[in-house]
Ligand binder design. Structure first.
Ligand SMILES: *Cc1c(COP(=O)(O)O)cnc(C)c1O
Length: 388
């Protein structure tokens, strides 16, 4: 039991799967050509990029020409948001939520500084955005709505289809950061009525540093980077050919395996939630049912998620927390605070994000090592003793 690694941090990143690596290797070795070159090696690389584009499109029910390859979720979000805003220069209004990933939240704050008005919608105690709130926030000059599909910390799944229908009806561009959703739950861009959707390969067992932006046909964006003509000028720069090929392979397999994987993840998730919330002073964060199949987020009252995390690491368990120092800032997670948690409860949060490769044995192991750690930390906690 000692040297094992129980990896329960798939929302941060997931291991590259073997099939994706195998698909990538030829493009890191013999097929090293630049897709823009006209010679044979170049054409081989171009063909690989085109095939990958078809695979990614198929996985999302999109058309190949609606897929733009990027360096990941952060870049896709920046291109989507700034690319929309730059199209309507001067002033306007955008709507987003208070629980977005920083790759949307901080971009919106910059856009606000540039002269736009931004509405940061609140969420309920489960981390859910209300469709009525979105409708009420729409102004005559609203040009963009950006609401994430699933939250990376608490796993809450938003009513994207309903918001999409509303945005379409009002003629407002709708973007969703689907980085936590793609490869984890079904994502069909037509059904969701989204105009722009961001995804990232390393969250579904693909390589790091590669992602894509879906841009619905007819919704042109103003490029934020200038350079060559790659990705129809929206994302200039020589393509990460091996990364793109690896992402397409990983996504193709993730979609194929989705029903089976979902069943197992939900089983493990629900078991963890049941067992952990049965412990003294432990509460669930996020929605009881509308949540990602692999997401568990609980608060251990009177202790620091940070300490819990480090103790778990010593036992070979990799997890995450909404506690302060993890994120490099003094305040606990903006997501948990937006859900109405007090600082103490937010500091005691622990996120276990399950994924491909996790098994019931991992859950057994976690459930055997965690309670003694919690007991020990609480024995040292003045807050716990005051409560007693
Ligand atoms: C991981 C993540 C991102 C950032 O993606 P990168 O590919 O790491 O840049 C953006 N949004 C959400 C919801 C994420 O979970």
């Amino acid at each position: 039991m000692k040297n094992r690694l129980v990896y329960m941090d798939h929302a941060a990143t997931s291991p590259l799967r073997e099939e994706a690596l195998e698909a990538m290797l030829p493009y890191l070795k013999e097929h090293f050509g630049n897709p823009s070159s006209l010679h044979t090696p170049g054409r081989e690389a171009r063909k690989a990029v085109n095939e990958a584009r078809e695979k990614v499109a198929r996985a999302l029910n999109a058309e190949p020409e609606e897929i733009y390859f990027t360096s990941g979720g952060t870049e896709s979000n920046n291109i989507a948001l700034w690319g929309t805003v730059k199209k309507s220069p001067g002033r306007g209004h955008i709507i987003t939520s208070a629980i977005e990933h920083h790759a949307v939240l901080d971009v919106c704050k910059d856009i606000e500084k540039s002269g736009y008005r931004v509405t940061f919608l609140p969420v309920d105690r489960y981390g859910l955005v209300s469709v009525e709130d979105v409708a009420a926030a729409i102004a005559p000059d609203t040009v963009l709505i950006s609401i994430m599909m699933a939250n990376n910390e608490v796993g809450t799944i938003q009513p994207i289809q309903e918001i999409g229908a509303l945005a379409r009806e009002r003629g407002i561009v709708f973007h969703t950061d689907a980085v936590q959703a793609v490869g984890q739950i079904p994502v069909d861009v037509k059904k969701l009525k989204v105009d722009l959707l961001s995804l990232s390969a390393h969250k579904f067992n693909g390589p790091k540093g590669v992602g894509a932006l879906y841009v619905r046909r007819g919704s042109a964006l103003t490029p934020i980077f200038r350079g060559g003509g790659q990705e129809r000028k929206l994302r200039p720069g020589t393509e990460n050919v091996a990364g793109i090929v690896g992402m397409a392979r990983a996504l193709e397999l993730a979609v194929e395996e989705l029903p089976e994987k979902t069943r197992l993840l939900q089983e493990m998730r629900d078991r963890l939630i049941r067992e952990l919330t049965a412990m003294e002073a432990v509460t669930l964060n996020g929605h009881p049912t509308r949540r990602l199949p692999g997401n568990v987020n609980v608060s251990f009252h009177y202790i620091e998620g940070e300490s819990l995390l480090l103790s778990l690491d010593l036992q070979g368990v990799a997890a995450s927390s909404g506690s302060a120092c993890t994120s490099g800032s003094l305040d606990p997670s903006h997501v948990l605070l937006a859900m109405g948690l007090d600082h103490q409860t937010a500091h005691g949060s622990l996120r276990l994000s399950l994924g491909r490769g996790n098994s019931h044995e991992d859950v057994d192991y976690l459930l055997s090592v965690l309670p003694p750690i919690v007991k020990r930390l609480r024995e040292m906690s003045p807050a716990y003793h005051r409560h007693q």
